[in-house]
Design a protein around this ligand. Structure first.
Ligand code: XMP
Length: 608
């Protein structure tokens, strides 16, 4: 009989994808757990079957190795370093790590040696996902280079005795073509090195569902459960789980109409729940309160924290009206990416404050009054659970929509200035985009995630000099990657079908008129792109940019993704885009329609 030994430890240096590494190993059927750097330093991981060192937001050049170097050097089983972990291993074993002049974010191609352990059975040339500033320049003594790219000399390395492997890119993200196979090769190395093999971890959606139902019952005890239902997949699946766990009589669902929902959405939420046989929904129109609290607010993080605070305040008022009593538990549909991007693990950077993680909610969490049944799951796993619960496919497959809603899809500005001559990096931009294109750095900002850290920088806008409107997405995406990799103040690139001379920065604040217009544009855009299979999500964002007639610019952000942790630009059929653009520009007040060319990383899916 196989003897169970400890799992593979995924040491969390604060990378955005740490949990994905764990998931990838579990999906292959083996145990993996996220462990802290403190545990590594304390020697608590000595019995693990293998160790993965994750990515991280800081530079390894600033990391004090003394507490962990000995632990890693003395570890007798396989170690896999990823991104930050790769550079860490290089430093620990005496290689050279440098701050790169050419940073890399997003898709790139490696050439790998297929006799290397990690790349066994894989093609030598493959597409991988990078997100880094520093890189390994020289491998340590006793190591060999096992993959490289045009800009990174050591994209992967391996130790001579064959127990240490590391990669600059991210095998754990879905956009790395053969990433799962690489993790599989690492697992096999762990099995080979383990004294008696590893016990298989049975990880199936059915088992997870039963575990979650049990956890809800235990945490709830006899108390009533309160749920904020937005209409999105996560809160709906949560509601389904709660009803199954404790019966609908103890489950009180509240829908808050913030005023920032999509067109007709609040009405549709109520209809959906009736369709599902749930008649206990309490709808609160709090839009006046939201608009007045957000008046004049421009900073996205401030918007997010105000919206999150109001959710709690409005909910407390609603609870009183419902007569639920003071001893309730709040159930939230927080999923794993929400936690990680809000800086939810020890070393992770805060990319955005999720509405489920504002300080008022944190206080409830600290009091033990919050249940988050989906907190370890990714979107596709939540959808799978929804299917198991019997939710209708059109609800389970809905595009994700952020809790703060359209409020984080209106980029605000309280000043108006002409566009030209705005940025000192303008000259470098021209050198990067080639003879066919022109470009401009825009005087607005959006959020990005670069090298596992938050950025809040400017988008660049590019357009064809010859006014051609048919976009070549491959070329445009490559240009976008080049710009973001080269210019540190640019984290996003959009394409405009027309030259930029026609737009200027204008005043744009969050008010009903603006939201009405965005709702109309968003609804029309979703309808026009409905046939485009492969769009995982398509935020439509209002920018504070206006043409000569005062018509506003909107940007489309269609992406393909599986788990929201990485995303690729969806290449829309140019004819569909053209029809969509014409349809949107027929709406009064709508001006330029831009197309976001930025993968995630370096740009987050939402702009704010
Ligand atoms: P980003 O913009 O961080 O978003 O790439 C990843 C996914 O999360 C959604 N999102 C949110 N969802 N509350 C939510 O329920 C939020 O505060 C929030 N912020 C972003 C976003 O739409 C995307 O699907």
């Amino acid at each position: 009989m196989r003897q169970a030994i400890a799992s593979i430890a995924v040491v969390d240096f604060g990378g955005q994808y740490t949990h994905l590494i764990c998931r990838g190993i579990r999906r292959a059927g083996y145990r993996a757990d996220v462990r802290s750097v403190g545990e590594l330093a304390a020697g608590a991981l000595a019995e693990c079957a293998g160790m993965v060192l994750s990515g991280g937001p800081d530079s390894v050049l600033a990391f004090d190795l003394s507490a962990i170097a000995g632990r890693i050097r003395g570890f007798p089983r396989p170690v896999l370093g990823i991104c930050y972990g790769h550079q860490l291993l290089a430093r620990i074993f005496g290689g050279l790590v440098v701050t790169a002049c050419a940073r890399e974010y997003g898709l790139t191609t490696i050439t790998a040696g297929t006799d290397a352990v990690l790349f066994r059975g894989l093609p030598p040339v493959q597409r991988v996902w990078m997100s880094h500033g520093d890189h390994v320049e020289t491998v340590p003594h006793g190591f060999t280079v096992t993959a490289s790219t045009d800009t990174v000399p050591v994209a992967a390395m391996e130790s001579a005795e064959g127990l240490i492997y590391s990669v600059q890119f991210h095998p754990e993200v879905v956009h790395t073509e053969h990433g799962a196979a690489m993790l599989g090769n690492f697992i096999r190395a762990c099995l080979d090195a383990a004294p008696a093999g590893m016990e298989e971890l049975s990880w199936s959606a059915d088992a997870v569902r039963d575990e979650i139902l049990g956890a809800i019952r235990t945490q709830a005890g006899e108390r009533p459960l309160l749920l904020l239902v937005s209409g999105g997949v996560d809160s709906l699946v949560c509601l389904g789980l709660c009803i199954e766990a404790v019966g609908s009589g103890r489950v009180h669902a509240v829908h808050i109409d913030t005023g920032f929902m999509r067109a007709n959405e609040s009405r549709e939420v109520a209809e959906h729940l009736v369709e599902l046989g749930y008649h206990n929904l309490h709808v609160v129109d709090a839009s006046d309160r939201y608009f007045s609290s957000l008046k004049g607010v421009i900073n996205p993080e401030e918007k997010r924290s105000i919206i999150g605070r109001l959710f709690v305040e409005v909910l407390r008022d609603a609870v009183e009206a419902l007569g639920v009593g003071p001893d309730w538990m709040l159930v939230q549909g927080t999923i794993y990416p929400d936690r990680i991007e809000t800086g939810g693990t020890e070393r992770a950077d805060r990319i955005k404050t999720h509405h489920n993680r504002v300080s008022q909610i944190q206080a409830l969490i600290d009091q033990g009054r919050v249940i988050e049944p989906l907190a370890d799951l990714y979107k596709h796993e939540v959808r799978h659970l929804g299917v198991l619960l019997g939710l209708p496919p059109h609800l389970v497959q809905r595009q994700p929509f952020p809790g703060p809603g359209l409020a984080v899809r209106v980029v605000c500005s309280d000043t108006a200035i002409p566009l030209s001559g705005f940025d000192r990096e303008q000259a470098s931009l021209s050198g990067l985009i080639g003879p066919d294109l022109d470009g401009l750095v825009l005087p607005v900002r959006s959020v990005g995630v670069q090298g596992d850290a938050r950025t809040y920088c400017h988008p660049a806008m590019v357009w064809y000099r010859d006014r051609r409107s048919r976009p070549d997405w491959q070329v445009l995406k490559a240009v976008a990657a080049r710009i973001v990799n080269a210019l540190s103040t640019v984290n996003r690139v959009v394409w405009s079908a027309r030259p930029a001379g026609h737009v200027s920065l204008g005043v744009c604040m969050l008010d009903r008129r603006r939201i009405d217009l965005l709702q109309e544009v968003d609804a029309a855009a979703r309808d026009a792109a409905a046939g485009e299979r492969g769009i995982w999500q398509m935020p439509v964002v209002a920018l504070p940019l206006f043409d000569h007639e005062g018509n506003q610019a909107f940007v489309l952000r269609p992406v393909s993704s599986r788990d929201a942790m990485t995303a690729d630009v969806f290449a829309m059929d140019p004819a569909v885009f053209e029809a969509l653009r014409a349809r949107l520009q027929a709406i009064e007040g709508v001006g330029p329609i831009l197309y976001d060319l930025t993968t995630k990383p370096p740009g987050t899916i939402e702009w704010e």
